[in-house]
Design a protein around this ligand. Structure first.
Ligand code: ZN
Length: 398
């Protein structure tokens, strides 16, 4: 299933030593150089490597550990547990997360975190993606301090960037980042030409804070002595006001985005990372993905962290997304692959099996009952993944 063309029975792909796809099609048409290392999966379905547009891989240690049901308390507990964790523990946690991605067919991630462990791990294990370095600071008086910390972190982590792994910036969310800090982070992203990712329009509590200066997030900020005022507008309008949409940020969640907000995102060509299982787990409601797709917004699928969902499973995300969007299985497969690549601006490199693209692929064995796409969407799970390769190099087998 190349995604770029209809599925081919007994298909094959040839990946060159430099990691590019050299040929793709029916097995008898794809050359087999005498020295080529081969893998055969008579019962397998070969797909492009899956693209996970939202992860927090450094938080693997919080799998199932955060039990606060209310979102603002959940956010506070994650923050406290991170603060109580020694820096070196994040490397082991990030490695668990990256390996979990590989084991589930994912070859590209768009990851948010603030330990720096994920870019180091992607670098070391040969993964692909963006590591958006998070910055926090709801107190406008301390925006300068937060920016100095961010700049120092970016300087420290730049040496882990490769052709496959890039840094980005993530001003976390409107309930953890002041308008001043949003503006400064967006300016820095512009200056350094780094991509942005922002959690936006996720919960009703966030909307209440931004619009009216009310609700549990507003109360918690006031309790810390931080003055809070409503803007009168939605979280997406707020992003526009602080100049963040100009950078076409990856907008994570966008559950509470109404029609006007979606039109605004479309106007700026800001992509969305849709995380259906996380949204459902926190009771945020269902994102308007059918509307997003009808508008032509770029929308990828994301798992979010295992503090929100039980495991990284893009097949399960695609099943949920398919129900919400009312799309076909073939469209859902495209959503896990090429649409995700488009959301990250990587569609010329990955997302489909096409000559000239990078050789990122995975094989699932689910048995074909009907079309291969419907088999993948109906039955696919990380347990069915037999092989994951990045630029032709196996990162997971078995
Ligand atoms: Zn997130």
């Amino acid at each position: 299933v190349s995604v770029a063309a209809p599925p081919v029975r007994d298909g094959a792909v040839l990946i060159s030593n430099d990691g590019r796809i050299e040929a793709v099609g029916a097995d008898h048409d794809v050359p087999r150089p005498p020295n080529a290392e081969t893998r055969e999966f008579p019962k397998g379905i070969l797909l492009p490597g899956l693209i996970n547009t939202h992860t927090h891989l450094e938080l693997s240690f919080l799998r199932g550990a955060v039990r606060q049901p209310e979102f603002h308390r959940w956010v506070a507990e994650v923050r406290d547990r991170k603060a109580a964790t020694p820096p070196e523990a994040f490397l082991a946690s990030a490695e668990e997360g990256v390996r979990e991605c590989f084991a589930s067919g994912i070859t590209t991630v768009a990851d948010c975190g603030d330990s720096g462990a994920v870019i180091q791990t992607l670098n070391r294990l040969g993964g692909r993606g963006f590591a958006y370095h998070e910055v926090f600071g709801p107190d406008p008086a301390r925006a300068g301090e937060s920016m100095r910390g961010l700049t120092a972190s970016l300087d420290r982590l730049a040496r882990f960037e490769t052709k496959r792994v890039r840094l980005g910036i993530s001003p976390h969310a409107p309930y953890t980042v002041s308008a001043e800090l949003f503006r400064a982070a967006a300016r820095l992203a512009e200056e350094l030409d780094l991509p942005l990712a922002i959690h936006i329009a996720e919960s009703p509590a966030e909307s209440a804070l931004v619009q009216k200066g009310e609700g549990p997030f507003a109360d918690a900020l006031r309790a810390r002595g931080i003055a809070v005022e409503g803007t009168g507008g939605s979280p997406v309008e707020f992003l526009e006001q602080v100049g963040a949409l100009e950078r076409r940020p990856l907008c994570v969640h966008a559950v509470q985005a109404g029609d006007d907000d979606l039109a605004t995102l479309k106007r700026w060509d800001a992509p969305v990372a849709h995380c259906p299982r996380s949204n459902a787990a926190h009771g945020h409601g269902a994102a308007g993905v059918a509307r997003m797709r009808a508008l032509g917004l770029r929308v990828g699928l994301g798992s979010d962290s295992v503090a929100s969902v039980p495991a990284i499973d893009l097949f399960a995300e695609a099943r949920e997304a398919q129900k919400l969007a009312g799309c076909t299985a073939a469209e859902a497969v495209r959503w896990m692959t090429l649409d995700g690549a488009r959301a990250l601006g990587m569609q010329t490199a990955v997302g489909s099996l096409e000559v000239g693209k990078r050789g990122d692929a995975c094989v699932v064995e689910v048995g074909v009952n009907g079309s291969p796409e419907s088999s993948v969407i109906t039955h696919g799970s990380p347990q069915h993944v037999r092989l994951t390769v990045i630029e032709g190099r196996p990162v997971r087998e078995g």
